[in-house]
Ligand binder design. Structure first.
Ligand code: XMP
Length: 515
């Protein structure tokens, strides 16, 4: 990866900012999202070939609206403002932005009123371009030296440019798929205006990651906490390719895993020739969890015990200098944003605090990648498909899927029910359409009737969701017959369960996990 071919996206808080970054990378150019508060000096140091100003929920008509250092506009670096990004550019450069009488949300048709490199090669539909709008404000007057390049009925200034200053603005969103020529427009900005070259392909990324790891780590030993999830597994594959036997993986069995998980993870990585060592700490975890009901306490106990066990095991291995982690780009952005809730969620499984405690250097080889990029790279590194296609599984495992106290009996029941649900999903080709599916244990007694007898036992809930980023999710509309079949199997095969329910709550208002 030649870093100099980099595009910077300044995030004004739009729900689409990450999408812009992904589109740019899909087109083959490395992109990074930064905050508007990052100093101009820092931006210059990053040496971007172009800057994209994202949309955002604020109004530039307010005095407190977020903006960039005005000098950014005179550096000569190509700039593309999208929606709010266009409006703030207009305002900063002496144009006028007003609150629109007609707010536009959804499809719109625009006409291209002046030629622009942005629109070269774009196909029109009956002379018009179909785009996606989402705005309340609009540019009423363009800055001096600019020309209008696109207009819609409700928004006469839907795009502008100043070719000599290399500044462009679009009121619509080229990054969303509803703007069906959006990729072409972004490609024009990247290649024709910024002069980027394609440098972000899977094989280039792997080559550069391998050489970075080799030059950083040299002959030193690296320790990796391997959970068998996608991120840590891809890191294991990458490190194995880079440093071979200097990688040592530790897999902690906290007793809150799914049926067969220990054997599956161990045999998968052993077969690949990776040094993986399993630590069975289930008794320790279970004894610490005994009698604990509060979800936050459970999480803390599991997280802290995990760190203790990992540290104890790590100390048994001589000469380790590095701790590798499967941190990915969304984790980096989340933890650098003001809202820290998501990074707190991940601190358990990312073995937070360990590197400093153990005096280890931190190695995060996939911290620049989005999840879908991690999967692509994983596939090219020959990570087994059953690992890459697995649904995410939380660090605290079944511990946060058993409401109330966690004990061995409940774990065993939940493991069996979960296996039934997941096996059936796979059998019916439904598993890969879902983002995450699992069973939750509810220690609530309910009456049932089986044969001539009465059953008074606990309840299980099935949870299946669809989501892109796990920040929001919809409950999956699984076929009724399918849910019925799973429910039947569970109640027939597990005598200690009297009833199965299906969770039809989205996120928000619920979360994906129950605790
Ligand atoms: P929630 O329940 O917050 O879950 O909607 C969003 C995603 O995060 C996973 N999750 C966790 N992962 N440690 C993890 O490693 C945790 O403590 C944790 N809590 C939730 C959850 O499974 C879902 O994919």
């Amino acid at each position: 990866m030649k870093k100099k071919d980099r595009i910077i996206i300044i995030d004004f808080g739009s729900q689409y900012t990450q999408l812009i970054a992904r589109r740019v990378r899909e087109i083959g150019v490395y992109s990074e999202v930064i905050s508007p508060s990052l100093s101009l000096d820092r931006i210059i140091e990053m040496n971007p070939l172009g800057v994209i100003l994202s949309g955002g929920p604020e109004t530039v008509t307010s005095n407190t609206a977020s903006k960039v250092d005005n000098n950014l506009f005179s550096l000569g670096i190509p700039i593309l403002g999208i929606c709010y990004g266009m409006q703030t550019s207009a305002k900063e450069l002496g144009g006028d932005v007003v609150t629109s009488d007609i707010r536009e949300f959804g499809h719109a048709s625009i006409s291209l009123v002046n030629s622009s490199m942005l629109f070269e090669g774009v196909n029109l539909n009956k002379g018009l371009l179909d785009v996606w709008m989402s705005h309340g404000d609009k540019v009423a007057d363009i800055p001096k030296g600019f020309e209008v390049i696109a207009s819609s009925i409700n928004c006469s200034i839907s795009g502008f440019q100043n070719i000599s200053q290399n500044i462009y603005g679009l009121q619509f969103h080229p990054e969303v798929t509803h703007t069906n020529q959006g990729k072409k427009i972004l490609s024009n900005f990247l290649f024709k205006i910024c002069g980027c070259s394609k440098n972000w392909s899977t094989s280039d990324i792997i080559k550069s990651m391998v050489s970075n790891v080799q030059s950083e780590v040299k002959n030193e030993k690296v320790l990796l906490g391997l959970s068998g999830g996608v991120d840590s597994s891809v890191v294991a594959m990458l490190l194995h390719k880079s440093i071979k036997n200097n990688l040592i993986c530790i897999f902690v069995d906290h007793g809150l895993l799914r049926i067969g998980e220990v054997e599956e993870v161990m045999s998968t990585f052993e077969a690949l020739g990776i040094d993986i060592r399993m630590v069975d700490a289930s008794e320790l975890f279970l004894s610490k969890l005994a009698g604990v009901i509060d979800p936050e306490k459970k999480r803390k106990i599991i997280g802290n015990t995990f760190i203790d066990v990992f540290e104890r095991e790590a100390n048994k291995i001589q000469g380790v200098k590095w701790l590798a982690q499967g941190t990915i780009y969304p984790d980096v952005i989340e933890s650098s944003s003001e809202n820290h809730s998501s990074s707190v969620i991940k601190s358990h499984h990312n073995v937070g605090g360990l590197p400093e405690k153990m005096n280890l250097k931190l190695l995060e080889p996939i911290r620049e990648l989005f999840k879908d990029e991690v999967k692509k790279i994983g596939a090219e590194l020959d990570t087994p498909n059953h690992i890459l296609s697995r649904h995410p599984f939380p660090g605290p495992g079944l511990g946060i899927r058993i409401m109330g106290e966690v004990n061995e009996t409940r774990i065993t029941i939940l493991q069996k029910a979960d296996k039934i649900f997941i096996d059936e999903l796979k059998k019916h080709n439904l598993y890969n359409n879902l983002s995450q599916a699992f069973v939750v244990y509810l220690p609530v007694k309910s009456v049932g009737v089986v044969g001539d007898g009465r059953r008074y036992e606990d309840v299980l809930a099935l949870r299946a969701v669809e989501t892109v980023d796990f920040m929001t999710a919809t409950w999956a509309h699984l076929p009724y017959e399918f849910i019925g079949k799973v429910s039947n199997r569970i109640v027939n095969e597990l005598s200690s369960i009297s009833r199965v329910v299906y969770d039809c709550t989205g996120k928000p208002p619920a979360t994906i996990e129950w605790e």
